[in-house]
Design a protein around this ligand. Structure first.
Ligand code: NAI
Length: 399
């Protein structure tokens, strides 16, 4: 039975999934380990679960001959050498969707607070002032929310905002079906001129770098609000700072920054610090107890499915094969070099071992090919060893 080793206080929901599926050999560590301590903890591990602080680099991976799969119980996967893992026949899974609701709720909460100027009022009362006034304070009902990037998070923000009585506009580079009564807009400039609150939910990277620059900010309505809980590179912070100081924008909520502190001891370097009409948060849009629980379950389910059926749907570094029922008497998973004749060699070998192929699925990605083969016949340990010893084979298991 597979040994599963989990680091970094992964939520108990993960272990629950494994235990319910009959995987009892689950070892948990509260922290991240490195160097010899990490290697020691990984002795005999077939599945490893980490969050963002455990580094699985080429050196570590090359020492883990029994490793079958890696789960990143988070969104990012750059703490793992994905290429090396793939070349070792090890798929890597993550949880891209589990925290989307948490981001959507935070954004909506911030929109309400900023429309009422609560951050400023809160700061003033703490300082000993009692500015009891309705000036510049608005209800969310009837206001227009502009969503840029109508994906997993953007759509949820739209639905929640409509429940509050807001009018929802969205702008996306792809054609997206509107949910609720949301309206799509094609011209970003026109869109910016109509929204009371603009919220960003696009991916990072070169395509969206400085999407909200000085020109875009100038196109926003006077007195409007900007919220960014997507990626720090999307907004030109200097231009935003200027617009907030001039009063062109009445407030902002920023969760992500072009350069973020690397640890809790480092301070954020930003001109927005100290501005009472700006909510600053340390990239916690997706950080809730519920999202941690969902992440635990989402990644553990993917790992369980891989161990039980070879399914690699959602793997970030591997050819993806969706779940399908097993046919025949046994299922063999085979990772091989993506070269001409690989499948012929696999089929011939299986024939030589007396196995009749009843169903087969193949996908390739880069240098590797991945085949799930259902057979009639007896798949003994000798058969698996025989398949493993062929020069094209990277790894082979019976599931
Ligand atoms: P998604 O991939 O589901 O949606 C992104 C949408 O943006 C897609 O519909 C895409 O077509 C659209 N898009 C891409 N380029 C665009 C452009 N130039 N203009 C307009 N639309 C464009 O992504 P998801 O899951 O909704 O995440 C959105 C962002 O939120 C990502 O940047 C993600 O990294 C970030 N995020 C932040 C968290 C936090 O803690 N603050 C937590 C989770 C995600």
């Amino acid at each position: 039975m597979s040994r599963i080793v989990l680091f970094e206080n992964i939520h108990a929901s993960a272990k629950e999934v494994f235990t319910a599926a009959g995987f009892d050999d689950v070892v948990t560590h509260t922290g991240a380990l490195s160097g010899p301590a990490l290697l020691e903890a990984l002795q005999g591990a077939e599945v490893v679960g980490i969050r963002s602080r455990t580094q699985l680099d080429q050196d570590v991976l090359s020492r883990l001959s029994e490793l079958r799969a890696i789960g990143c119980f988070c969104i990012g996967t750059n703490q793992v050498d994905l290429e090396t893992a793939a070349l070792q026949g090890v798929p890597v899974f993550n949880a891209p969707f589990s925290n989307t609701r948490s981001v959507a709720e935070m954004v909506l909460g911030e929109a309400i607070l900023l429309l009422r100027r609560i951050p400023e009022k809160n700061a003033r009362v703490h300082e000993g002032f009692w500015d009891k006034t309705a000036e510049g304070a608005y209800e969310a009902r009837g206001k227009t929310l502009g969503i840029i990037g109508y994906g997993n998070i953007g759509t949820q923000v739209g639905i929640l905002a409509e429940a509050l009585g807001m009018r929802v506009l969205y702008h996306d580079i792809d054609t997206k079906l509107p949910l609720g009564n949301a309206h799509a807009t094609t011209s970003l400039k026109k869109f910016l001129g109509q929204a009371d609150v603009v919220t960003l939910h696009v991916p990072g990277g070169r395509e969206t770098a400085n999407l909200i620059d000085a020109e875009a900010i100038a196109a926003m309505r006077p007195g409007s609000i900007l919220i960014n809980a997507s990626r720090g590179t999307v907004v030109d912070i200097t231009a935003l700072h200027r617009a907030l100081k001039s009063g062109h924008l009445s407030g902002a909520a920023i969760d992500v920054f072009p350069t973020e502190p690397k640890s809790r001891d480092e301070a954020l370097d930003s001109p927005l610090r100290g501005m009472h009409n700006v909510i600053l948060t340390p990239h916690i849009g997706g950080s809730t107890q519920e999202s941690q629980e969902n992440i635990g379950r989402e990644v553990a389910e993917k790992l369980k499915l891989y161990l039980n059926s070879g399914t690699t749907k959602g793997a970030v570094n591997f050819p993806e094969i969706s779940y399908h029922e097993q046919a025949g008497t046994a299922r063999v998973i085979h990772v091989h070099q993506n070269v001409p004749g690989a499948m012929g060699a696999l089929s011939n070998l299986m024939g030589e071992f007396g196995l009749n192929i009843v169903s087969q699925q193949l996908q390739t990605r880069g240098k590797i090919g991945y085949a799930i083969t259902d057979v009639d016949g007896e798949v003994t340990e000798e058969v698996i060893e025989g398949l493993r010893h062929h020069p094209i084979t990277i790894r082979c298991d019976r599931v």
